[in-house]
Design a protein around this ligand. Structure first.
Ligand SMILES: [Mg+2]
Length: 374
């Protein structure tokens, strides 16, 4: 069996979970010479890296055509060697490698008739606890707290993770008192047992003291973790923060390669390592990061805020990790989850099922990719 074709599908869509902001992704389809296909995706988010990643994938395709898809890990190593000049330590090349790598794992799974989780050696869990990962955008804190409460009370999510400094009128992340009021209202709305995570947008210029004061105030309402509270290079700030708060400290999602994660993890900056399969060089790359998380006795969090292709790969990775607390899912109906695949991921009883069909376990509707083509 040989790889016969590599195709790219850049898309643009409005994300209801992000105040209908425009977001971009690039999909990669790998086709074997018997017509079997595999799908991958990179969470490029912005227009320029989406186009650039598509150009890179199309260019790298020449190295893939004619190769055996069963040798996907060797192909991953070859892609890294090939991109030594422009992909060293990550960047847009890591997006391209991610999309290709996920597509090849999916293709391999279809050819073998095995689900990804089994190809990775098998997971101990068929389901994972799931939280609603979203943003607040209405001006009324009470309304936003109640809206998020319904994800837990009505839809059964185990908790909520909310971005601060995001689009819309909620204006979180700017005034500590307002942020604290919101977390207090949120705790009332979700109830005592639910998890609450608060996530700082990189656009919020917090000092170390700002981060510590917020985390301490949020701790009064049993915060599970504070995410990306500081810029990734503020290591001494992370260490100060960790000593002064009860909640876990999460970070890492802006790293690209396992070498970058290794350096970051070894500083001791975080308890929870965020890592996106559509960014950190795909399934093969994330598996290496998971080994580091395991060796350092930290928690692995699959940053999965993209398409159902990304969610499917993330679920398999989370399932084979014994250091994963929860899986995140965008709670509101959105095109790249609910239109893209035949059976969208949905929570039930606070859990989300790990796919059991071959490969990633999702069937991508190419008409949807044409509808949102960018
Ligand atoms: Mg985050």
């Amino acid at each position: 069996m040989r790889i016969a074709e590599i195709s790219t599908f850049p898309v643009r869509y409005r994300e209801p979970n992000d105040n209908n902001s425009q977001r971009h992704l690039v999909f990669c389809r790998a086709t074997a010479d018997d017509g079997t296909v595999g799908w991958g995706e990179a969470i490029t988010q912005f227009p320029e890296p989406t186009k650039a990643a598509a150009v890179l994938i199309d260019g790298l395709a020449g190295r893939l055509i004619g190769r055996d898809p069963m040798e996907n890990v060797d192909i991953w190593r070859d892609l890294r060697r090939t991109t030594w000049w422009y992909g060293y330590r990550g960047g847009i090349t890591a997006f391209a490698i991610a999309a290709i790598d996920v597509a090849l794992w999916d293709l391999k799974g279809h050819l073998l008739g095995e689900p990804l989780v089994k190809m990775l050696g098998g997971g101990t869990r068929q389901q994972l606890p799931v939280i609603a990962s979203t943003h607040a955008f209405n001006a009324s804190l009470q309304e936003e707290a109640e809206r998020h409460g319904r994800y837990v009370q009505d839809l059964g999510y185990r908790g909520v993770k909310i971005g601060m400094g995001k689009a819309g009128d909620t204006h979180l992340g700017y005034e500590i008192e307002r942020d604290t009021t919101f977390v207090r209202l949120l705790r009332d709305a979700v109830g005592p047992g639910a998890m609450i995570m608060m996530d700082r947008a990189q656009t919020l210029p917090w000092t170390v003291s700002d981060a510590i004061r917020r985390a301490q105030a949020f701790d009064e309402y049993a915060l599970t973790w504070i995410e990306e509270p500081l810029e990734p290079d503020e290591i001494s700030g992370f260490l100060r923060l960790k000593q002064q708060v009860r909640c876990l400290v999460a970070g890492g999602e802006r790293e690209w390669t396992w070498e970058g994660f290794k350096a970051f993890i070894e500083t001791g900056a975080v308890d929870v390592v965020g890592c996106d399969v559509g960014r950190a060089e795909g399934i093969t790359g994330v598996l290496k990061v998971m080994e580091l998380v395991d060796a350092n006795h930290l928690w692995f969090n699959s940053h999965a805020w993209s398409s159902a292709v990304n969610t499917a790969a993330s679920l398999a990775l989370s399932a084979v990790s014994n250091r994963c607390l929860v899986q995140e899912l965008k709670p509101d109906r959105n095109p790249m989850q609910h239109e893209l695949v035949d059976r969208p991921f949905e929570p039930h009883d606070g859990l989300i099922d790990v796919p059991t069909r071959p490969g990633l376990g999702v069937d991508v509707n190419e008409e949807v990719l044409q509808r949102y083509a960018f």
